[in-house]
Ligand binder design. Structure first.
Ligand code: PLP
Length: 236
């Protein structure tokens, strides 16, 4: 086995073990939590090694990178768009990913619906909420969330699956927990929505630095980059 492959294998095993432990600690089944490998800044030869090692889901935060890289993905993984999405990029993105995590406006979901209709697709999406009210992060507050839902229920080519949140980069465990708890509470209230056969089953929260806490508080999908692939180098 190549050196990169053995460290990837060790990292993936470690992350999976920690996911399972966090799940069990909170009385949940490990298989309720889906692991997504965040591939940003890493090239496809490395990503394909991770796919060979059993990763089934991959994510990027830029449309341009999805278009440049993801056609080379081997073994037909499920693909996710997790970064801020501009309306003028929606058309080129559709058909290239299975789920969009970052819907944060009515105009964006209208554009996704329009372009999905043109291509005869139904696009799965999550609404990104900004629970901590951080100015530098995308995502909307609870009022904005309701506006998107009100509009999306009239649209036939998009399907709401749940919520995505990104926690602040802080060390205070108790404060992080309150953000995760608040998101879970909103998620639970959405589960009762039955429009358009929406199947609300996805709570995307937790990254390399905080995924165990997120799982303990109810996450169903964790987005892990550096704990799998190593530190990112943005200078390249
Ligand atoms: C980069 C990124 C991640 C993964 O971050 P790590 O800390 O490397 O695990 C998760 N979610 C989003 C939206 C990201 O942009």
């Amino acid at each position: 086995m190549s050196d990169t492959k053995s460290y990837l294998k060790a990292n993936i095993e470690d992350v999976k073990k920690r996911i399972a432990e966090a799940a069990l600690k909170s009385g949940r089944k490990p298989e309720e939590i889906k692991l997504i490998a965040v591939t940003k800044t890493f090239e496809m030869d490395l990503v394909n090694e991770a796919l060979e090692l059993g990763i089934r889901d991959i994510a990027e935060n830029k449309v341009q990178e999805i278009l440049r890289k993801y056609d080379e993905a081997e073994g037909s993984p499920t693909k996710h768009m997790i970064g801020h999405l501009q309306r003028n990029k929606v058309k080129s993105l559709l058909g290239k990913v299975d789920m969009i995590h970052s819907v944060d406006s009515v105009r964006l979901i209208e554009e996704i619906d329009l372009r999905s209709k043109e291509r005869d697709l139904i696009t799965d999406f999550l609404i990104q909420v900004n629970i901590a009210g951080e100015e530098q992060k995308s995502g909307i507050d609870e009022d904005g969330l309701l506006q998107i839902i009100e509009r999306a229920k009239e649209l036939s080519n998009v399907r709401l699956r749940g919520l995505m949140m990104m926690a602040p980069f802080i060390d205070e465990e108790e404060l992080l927990r309150t953000y995760f708890k608040k998101t879970k509470k909103i998620f639970d209230s959405l589960k009762n929505l039955q429009y358009n056969n929406w199947d609300i089953d996805t709570l995307s929260m937790g990254m390399s630095g905080d995924f165990e806490l997120a799982i303990e508080e109810g996450s169903t999908m964790v987005r892990i980059g550096s704990a799998i692939f190593g530190k990112r180098d943005y200078s390249k």
